[in-house]
Each structure stands twice: as C-alpha cells, then as structure tokens.
Design a binder for this molecule. Structure first.
Ligand code: ADP
Ligand code: MG
Length: 670
C-alpha cells in the first residue's frame, strides 16, 4: 500500500463508506494514519481471573466454555458466556449480539477487556470488548486507541484498519535524518506507530510531537511562500524618515513616548524604508497609545510626499483620529481629510492624510494611491473588507505599507500561527503614571448609594461620568430598541441627577450632532454622558474618570474591558461600576475577573479558560486553518517550524524533499 492510495483500496470500503471517511477529512491511506486517537483506554493490565476486582479496567485471556443466546424475564436478548483461564471461570455478558455464539463457539481462545461489575447479583464482565486471541491484539490487552468518530465509522473499525495499514505501508520521511536528529524528532513511520500503537503514554506524546510538527511546518511553509511572493512581486514606495525629521516629530508631541512605542515606531520605520510593502500587526492593550505609532508612519509618508489612509470602524473613532492627526500633524502643514457615510470634510481638494470609515471602500479615487494604510481595530472589519481596502490601495503604481492595529491580546504563539504572514509589534505597557481603574460589581440593592457616591465625585472632584446602557438585542449593531432603552435611562437619570447636566449619545444620531456632544463633553459642558455601547471602541476623553455599565452581564469580557478602557486615560484615579444582578455562575466569574485584573492579556487568558479559544479569537473568522494535531500554545514547535519553513523556501534545492511533500499536500492554498 502507498501513502497516496485512496482509502477505496481497503477491503470493505465502498463508495458510500469512502464518503463517510471523506466527511472526516480522510481521502488517502496517509490521511487515515493522520486520523489520530483522541485518547487511549488502558487495557494493559492483564490479570488472571482469580485476580479480578470490581471496577478495574483490565484484560483477561481465556477459552470459551459455553455461550448461549438467552432472553431475560423482561424480554431482552442477551448473550451469556462462561470463560475459563484454566484455573478459574468468570461470566461475560453482551446484549443484542445474537451472532456471538457463531463467532465465538465453545473452545475459542479470546481476549476480553473491560471491567468486572455486577449483573443483578452476579459478578460478571458486562459488555466487554473482545477479540479472538492472537499474539498481537488490537482491541484488548494494550493501550487501546479511541478515535474521533462519525456516524457509521467507529473506533473498532479504525483500530482494525489502521493496524492493517500500518503493517502494510512504508512511509518515506520527507524530513532528513540530520534535521530530525537535531530536533530529536522520531521519523514519520515511527511517529505513526507510536501514536496508534503506543506501548506507554510517553510513546504517544513522542509520536504526536512529530506529527504536530509536520502540521505546523506545512502551514508555516505556506506563509513563508506567501511572504516570499509578496517581497518579490510587489513594490511599494520607500518612505524614509530621517533621524532629524523623527526628532522634530517626537518633540512636537505633548508627552514622551513609552519604550514600547519607541520600539514599535522603529520597527515600522525600518519596514517602510524598503521598497517591499510592510505588513505589520500592532497589538496593544486599550489605552497603550497605538495611534501615535500609526501617526508617525503617516508623518513619514507625508515627509515623502505620499498619501496615508486611516480606516476606522466607527464614525466617532474616525472623527477622533481626524482631530488627533490634525492636532499632531497640522503644525507641519499636512492636509488632512475625513470621509464618512455622511460625506467628506477636507481642506483644499487634495489630501496628504485621509481618515475614514468603511465609506472609504467606495472612494477608489482617494484610496488607490495610498503609500501607507492603517486599519484600526482591525477585528471590527471582516476579512473581506480588509482585503478590499488593501486591494483598492494597490490599484496605483505601488502597494501600500499596511499597519493593522488591535487591542485584542492575541497570544504571540497564536498570532505567529494564524497571522503567519504578518510581522508583529506589541505595546507592552501603558503610558507612565496611569493608575489601575478600580472596579466593583454593584447589585441593585446598592444602586442608590452608588448614585450618591457618583454625585459626590462630581461635586467634589469634578468627575465626568459615562453611563453605558446595554445592547438590547443580541446583534452587534445598535438596534432601535437599544436606542430607546438608552433614551429612557437618560430621562430617568436626568431626574436622579437633576442638579447636574446630562447628555445622550447614540449611533443613530447624525454625525454632526454626535461630534457636537462629544466635543461639549470634552469641554466639560456635561457631567454625565448616557450612551449605548457605541463608545466601546477607541473613544478617548482623558478627563472622564467614572464609567457605569448597566446590565454588565450582557457583555463579553473583552467588550467590558474595552468599555472600561474609556476611563483611566490620564493620571487621575478612575472607577468602573458594573451594575448587575446576574445569577449566572459564568457571568459572575466574568465580572469578578474584571474586578481582579486590568490587564487585557490576563483577562484574555481567563476568558480562554472560561470559553475556549475558538470563540474568543474568532479564529474561524480570521480564515485561519484549523489545527488538527498541533496546539496553539505549542510555542517551541511553532518557533521551530517557522524557522525551518523560512530556510526551506529560501533554499528550495537543499530541501527538495520537503518542498515536494509540501506541494503534494497543498490542496487549497488560502
Ligand atoms: P489605544 O492604544 O487604545 O488606541 P490611544 O492611541 O487612543 O490608545 O492613546 C490613549 C491616550 O493616551 C490618548 O489620549 C493619547 O494621547 C495618550 N497617550 C499616548 N501615548 C502616550 C504617552 N506615551 N504618554 C502619555 N499619554 C499618551
Ligand atoms: Mg485606538
């Protein structure tokens, strides 16, 4: 048998059975071998019948003394057998397998694995796994593999076929001995043996490690090819930012940069100084100061007399970036425009820097010759939208340098795997002098005293307060009922806080109205801003120090963390009050987590524990291939595979075997 043969060559695998296997991703003999067990049952403990104890997983070997089809009093069909090991006897019972007496007639030698338990008052092996005894058993007497199953293909089938295939197939390794040795990996064939027929648990781990490496290696080679292609086939404008220009820019800022910001700026600067497009992801917790890193890139673009484009997910955020960039770069005479669904705000005809929402996707003329493209809060855009803007920007003579930004703390290992074609910069720290936002969960019994405390904070410290009303419907978009709820809450709070001035902000207002309210709030014309979660992303009002989140249990952990990030943006102490009466254990855990930590990374780790990775990171949404054998947190393996992949694509002659295996396996490049 060859690794590439279709499973159809196996006896008993006709077209319809092959279809079932296909639904498990199994088309070839090799695929079958890569369908690895999800666990093993330990039936290695072979005992004599006299040693049997109730409830222990064991294997016995013996001879069938008698076996009969029997009907119980309530009409059940059972098979009752007596098994002897020469010295003692024990009963074995199965149900609804009337053919057993034919398969295992008295005198047959068999191996039984299972537990001794009670059948009525009798001690018996109840529904044990059995097979005719031979030197090498498959279903009994060893670490018996249990496979992921689908209707109609069970573990027993896999065990039998995998054993047969392993016996009859010689798989050539596509990785050279010398490399295997240096990583202390076993060869491919041995790995498969150890995974399907381990002698002990360590064996299994050793085998899996090699198979996981193979899986990661193929994935990383794909990324490496993509990068190579990109660097050879796409040109971009070389944007040089001289030391003196950079100094000038940094001096113009109202603060000094954090170390991480400096490092990230240098990484970006080095990337865009090449005629090969940058493709970099900037990760940093809410408030870590990502915008200024992007602004530095925009400044470099401006200095080189090219155009920069900023894409933001909401009108409010686009407006804010527009204001920030105008403040920071206006002094250098850069012309900055804003484009949203409500139209364009701009100076005179041409633009050096364009900021906009998804409305930009409909302005090819403006986007097409961007030399530097920023996608802020990138997870807010679909894969399609991100690809579209990049494509639009590539319509000119060159490809843009792309900087995507996110506050989602994707662990580095995962980022390297799912964003293998991106470079990664991380802001590890918040600007100097930030205090941790104090966070409490407030039940309705304490609502009144909380309101009193808020009034005091406004009175004594001039605090400014956000009150966030929940989304009423499940969808991310703001519905009419959400707006209505916020409006009702606004009226209610206007009475409670009648001494103070309040404003209402929601996504259905006209941009002009929203901008006015936000700028008035910044100017301290309001004490309290009642809003829907439209303020969730990015909005930056340094002096607001209290945020109240109504029905906090309705938000996910990441969203709550983002919302809380609206305060704590200056050196003043900030507070977050999570209003909730939830009884749900999971929701309580989530809220408690927030009171304990202000680090997005720690919270993401807790969330990972509460909900699992797929959901949080929206891996599927990223279009990332699913890993079947390897794990996202296998840092060492990911690193090794990435390094080797890099060597492989840059010296394809030397790694011919790996390349040809990769080509063979590459079914659908994404
Ligand atoms: P985010 O990473 O969440 O996008 P922003 O870029 O909006 O964060 O920055 C948050 C706030 O911190 C802004 O008001 C910004 O001006 C300010 N800021 C950024 N970097 C620094 C710094 N190094 N020192 C002080 N304040 C800073
Ligand atoms: Mg931001």
């Amino acid at each position: 048998m060859n690794a590439d043969d279709p499973v159809g060559i196996l006896s008993g695998v006709g077209p319809s059975f092959a279809q079932k296997l296909k639904s498990l991703g199994i088309n070839t003999i090799e695929d079958l071998l890569l369908h690895v067990p999800s666990r093993h049952i330990d039936f290695r403990n072979k005992v004599a019948i006299s040693e049997l104890k109730i409830g222990e997983d064991v294997t016995i070997a013996g001879q069938v003394v008698s076996i009969d089809n029997v009907f119980t009093k309530n009409g059940k069909n059972i098979q009752l057998a007596k098994i002897s090991d020469g010295e003692h006897e024990v009963d074995a019972i199965w149900m609804r397998q009337p053919y057993l007496p034919k398969i295992l007639p008295p005198g047959s030698f068999i191996s039984l694995s299972g537990k001794l338990s009670f059948w009525g008052k009798k001690r018996a092996f109840v529904f044990p796994v059995f097979e005719k005894f031979s030197e090498e058993t498959i279903h009994t007497g060893r670490l018996v593999p249990v496979y992921p199953e689908t209707a109609g293909v069970n573990s027993k089938w896999f065990r039998k076929k995998v054993a047969e295939v392993l016996h009859n197939t010689q798989l050539n390794d596509f990785v050279d001995e010398s490399i295997l040795g240096s990583f202390s990996f076993v060869n491919y064939q041995t790995a498969l043996q150890k995974v399907h027929k381990p002698e002990n648990i360590e064996d299994f781990a050793v085998g899996i490690k090699r198979l996981a490496f193979n899986e990661l290696l193929l994935m990383q080679i794909q990324w490496a090819f993509k990068k190579l292609w990109w660097s050879e086939n796409s040109k971009s404008h070389k944007l040089t930012l001289t030391e003196s220009h950079l100094d000038q820019f940094i001096k113009s800022l109202p603060f000094s940069l954090t170390q991480s910001q400096v490092a990230a700026i240098n990484e970006v600067r080095a990337d865009i100084d090449k005629p090969v497009p940058m493709n970099r992801l900037l990760e940093g917790d809410v408030g870590s100061g990502k915008t200024v890193v992007a602004a530095t890139g925009a400044y470099a673009t401006f200095v080189n007399e090219k155009k920069a484009v900023f894409l933001a997910p909401t009108q409010i955020l686009a407006q804010q970036h527009y204001e920030t960039l105008t403040r920071v770069l206006g002094g250098f005479n850069a012309r900055i425009s804003l484009i949203t669904s409500e139209g364009m705000v701009s100076g005179l005809g041409s633009h050096d820097i364009v900021v906009g929402t998804h409305a930009l996707l409909y302005h090819e003329d403006i986007v097409k010759d961007a030399a530097f493209l920023v996608i802020d809060e990138q997870h807010r855009f679909g894969v399609g939208q991100r690809a579209k803007i990049a494509k639009l920007a590539s319509r000119g003579k060159a490809n843009p340098h792309i900087l995507t930004m996110t506050a989602t703390p994707i662990p580095r290992t995962i980022a390297l795997t799912i964003y293998g074609d991106l470079e990664l910069s991380t802001l590890h720290e918040l600007p100097h002098g930030r205090l941790k936002t104090k966070t409490w969960v407030v039940p309705s019994s304490k609502r009144e005293s909380a309101q009193k405390w808020i009034a005091e904070q406004i009175e004594k410290n001039g605090a400014q307060v956000f009150v966030v009303c929940p989304l009423i419907e499940e969808s991310e978009a703001e519905s009419l009922s959400t707006v209505k709820a916020a409006t009702v809450e606004f009226k209610r709070l206007s009475k409670v806080f009648s001494k103070y001035s309040l404003a209402l902000l929601h996504g259905r207002m006209k941009a002009k109205e929203k901008n006015q309210i936000i700028s008035d709030f910044k100017d301290k014309k309001y004490d309290i801003l009642v809003t829907t979660p439209v303020i969730e992303v990015g909005i930056d009002i340094a002096d607001a120090t209290i945020i109240v989140i109504e029905a906090a249990e309705r938000f996910g952990l990441a969203q709550l963390h983002q919302l809380r990030g609206r305060v704590g943006r200056s050196a003043k102490q900030s507070y977050c009050l999570l209003f909730s009466d939830t009884k749900s254990k999971i929701a309580k855990k989530r809220l408690q987590a927030l009171t304990k930590s202000t680090s997005g990374k720690e919270l993401a780790e807790m969330d990972l524990e509460i909900r699992g990775p797929g959901e949080i990171l929206g891996l599927r949404q990223h279009g990332a291939a699913e890993l079947k054998i390897a794990h996202w947190n296998d840092y060492e393996l990911i690193k090794l595979s990435r390094e080797l992949a890099h060597e492989v694509v840059h010296d394809q002659e030397k790694y011919k075997k790996i390349i040809s295996y990769y080509r063979k396996k590459q079914v659908s490049p994404n």
